[in-house]
Design a protein around this ligand. Structure first.
Ligand code: SF4
Length: 325
């Protein structure tokens, strides 16, 4: 019987799942992914997690609760850095400890640290440590690692070309990233992947915008080289991986003449979002007259409130478009 490895459909899932999936399958493990977010998963997470945590971290706890009784291992890596010279939110590093403290009856947690800040080769070191849970053969782990990185890069490249991967939006095999002239509106949706692609958490903001005939562009659809080129223009380097991407992609999109508006989706209580959102907003206000709104999500967010704000925003975008003609 293959070992069952549980992966919560939350936080790093929305970015790194193709990497984990290929690696664990190559190791002969069976993957168990928690279900799409529901009210029950959210409520379970809110109940067991500390009050001070942000919504995505609470939700992560709910996803762990959803799978913990069905797996041999839980995969909760201690993510410190996923790119050279940059950090990610420290809460990712504390997740294994938070989960151990807040939930009972857990299977063994694979909580290997992944820290690429100083050296990208640390990823192979982490893969070897994780792989040894399943085999003693170093060659098998190295081969699985190579395939996993290849698969991850392919998904990432396709995403930049506009193909939204199936693990994020099932059934949505192809999208377009180009700012379309014949589509009514082109809207940039900026935010963390786990807020942008979890349709329960963001109260179906994609569907709501698409119903208004809007073409949506996200950070993941912007060419990484363009992101870096723009981020380098800032007077000071942003040392958060997400911050560089959010500001760099916003700066790139602002130069595109067909962009009609920007929506920033953030989590209540998120320190990184509060400052990255401010940087994006200042850049927009200084360099363009584009409509911009911030949607803040927490466990108390009401759908009616979101609908009203989106309606008003889209009306404003349309008036501006009409005025410019
Ligand atoms: S970056 Fe913000 S929203 Fe994400 S886990 Fe950290 S505090 Fe929470």
């Amino acid at each position: 019987m293959p070992a069952k490895v549980g992966i919560p459909r939350s936080l790093s899932y929305y970015q790194l799942f193709p990497l984990w999936k290929t690696f664990f399958e190559e190791m002969g493990a069976e993957l168990v992914v928690s279900g799409p977010t529901t009210k029950k998963i959210l409520d379970d997470g809110v109940k067991c997690c500390v009050d001070e945590a942000c919504l995505p971290v609470k939700l992560f706890h709910g996803h762990v609760a959803d799978i913990k009784d069905r797996v041999d291992y839980l995969f909760i890596p201690r993510l410190t850095s996923i790119s050279k010279g940059e950090y990610i939110c420290p809460k990712f590093g504390g997740l294994p400890d938070m989960v151990r403290t807040s939930l009972h009856g857990l299977p063994e947690i694979i909580s290997t640290e992944i820290n690429l800040r100083k050296n990208k080769r640390n990823s192979l070191k982490a893969a070897m440590e994780i792989g040894h849970y399943f085999t003693d053969k170093d060659s098998q782990i190295k081969s699985a690692y190579k395939k996993a990185v290849g698969c991850y890069n392919l998904v990432k490249d396709n995403f930049e070309k506009g193909y939204i991967p199936d693990f994020i939006r099932p059934g949505k095999t192809a999208e377009t990233k180009s700012l379309e002239k014949d589509r009514n509106l082109n809207i940039a949706l900026v935010g963390h992947t786990y807020n942008i692609y979890d349709s329960f958490v963001n109260m179906n903001i994609w569907r709501k915008l698409e119903n208004k005939n809007a073409n949506i562009i996200t950070i993941e659809m912007v060419d990484e080289k363009a992101i870096n080129r723009n981020a380098r223009q800032l007077p000071k380097k942003i040392f958060w991986n997400y911050g560089r991407k959010a500001v760099g992609s916003a700066m790139h999109l602002l130069n595109e003449k067909n962009l009609d508006g920007v929506i920033y989706v953030m989590s209540f209580g998120c320190g990184i979002d509060s400052f990255v959102c401010d940087l994006v907003e200042r850049r927009i206000r200084r360099t363009t007259d584009l409509p911009f709104i911030v949607i803040t999500l927490d466990e108390h967010s009401g759908e009616a409130g979101l609908d009203t704000r989106l309606e008003a925003f889209i009306d404003m975008v349309r008036w501006r478009c009409t005025d410019k003609k």
